[in-house]
Design a protein around this ligand. Structure first.
Ligand code: SAM
Length: 290
């Protein structure tokens, strides 16, 4: 349990994940019915970017300058990206950051869910690391219809599904430190879909040789999955010798036609995040709608 997200907060992977997350919430909120939103690996909830280079052990280069740091307040962007960037800039300002380029705070997925929730929606944030969980509890104490659980995220899929609302958005965002992470994701997805077959489930994954999207997809072949697409970004275009040149988000049961809204926004996303000329992003159907 060494992973602390503060190092990575606001990096290109967070940009992709949180952009897609906002799109998913908005897509599901097109229906008035209450929605249950479950974050199985919630992290600390929010991050002070001034501490992003200081972690448990070694000093590192902060990653956010090549992520959120590349988006300016008020710049012209496609609507979904503009909503993401607007939300993050607002959060930064509320937490003492400058209106322009002075980055101080970045919202984690729990803060993003909390920002987008309607009065009828319910939130559950699950985190296993005691320090991160304590920060989460502190942040969301007294928040309406919001619970923080110190639990194993995969266990939470069994414990918290199906929800009374019968509609759910689940984010599975593990650190991929454990060698059995992919097996645990597959078991978790199986359990979740058994409990709520129509749940919309987003799984973040790194594109690396060690634990990439291919391995995740191969492992999922044996399941009979509902309709699913994946959005992937490769910021290095195969050029740099980096541990994680790209990442993706797999979405099961995506809101209808959301792919058509996301796809045209990807060129702007890549333009901002590219580290090398071959950088690219794509959306592809993994299990097409029948
Ligand atoms: C990538 S971070 C989460 C970031 C967060 N979802 C966000 O977007 O802001 C992964 C988190 O999962 C936690 N974690 C690791 N294994 C876990 C498990 N089995 N159950 C719950 N949390 C876990 C780590 O402590 C870490 O805070």
């Amino acid at each position: 349990m060494n992973y602390r997200h503060a190092f990575h907060a606001g990096n290109f992977a967070d940009v992709l994940k949180h952009y897609v997350l906002i799109r998913l919430v908005r897509g599901l909120q097109r229906k008035e019915k209450p929605l249950f939103m479950l974050d199985t690996h919630a992290g600390a909830g929010a991050y002070d970017l001034r501490h992003a280079a200081r972690g448990d052990t070694l000093e590192r280069q902060p990653e956010w300058p090549h992520g959120i740091g590349r988006f300016r307040a008020g710049e012209v962007l496609p609507p979904g990206l503009a909503e993401y960037v607007g939300l993050v800039h607002e959060f930064n300002r509320e937490h003492g950051g400058g209106a322009g380029e002075t980055w101080r705070a970045y919202p984690g997925s729990p803060e993003i869910f909390a920002h987008l929730r309607r009065p009828q929606d319910r939130l559950a944030f699950v985190e296993r690391h005691p320090e991160e969980a304590a920060l989460l509890e502190q942040q969301f104490r007294g928040a309406p219809r919001t619970q923080v659980h110190r639990l194993d995220g995969y266990h939470a899929l069994k414990a918290l599904l199906p929800p009374v609302e019968r509609r759910a958005l689940v984010l599975i965002d593990p650190p991929y430190e454990a060698t059995d992470e992919i097996a645990r994701i597959v078991a978790g997805l199986t359990a979740a879909l058994r409990r709520l077959p129509a749940a919309t489930i987003a799984v973040w994954y790194p594109l690396t040789t060690r634990a990439g999207g291919e391995r995740l997809e191969q492992a999922l072949v044996a399941l009979s999955l509902p309709p699913a697409w994946a959005v992937e970004v490769d910021v290095w275009g195969g050029q740099g010798e980096v541990k994680m040149p790209g990442c993706g988000v797999l979405v099961l049961n995506p809101p209808w036609r959301l792919d058509l809204e996301i796809e045209p926004e990807l060129p702007a996303l890549v333009r901002h995040l590219a580290r090398a000329p071959g950088a690219a992003a794509r959306l592809r159907w993994v299990v097409p709608e029948s």
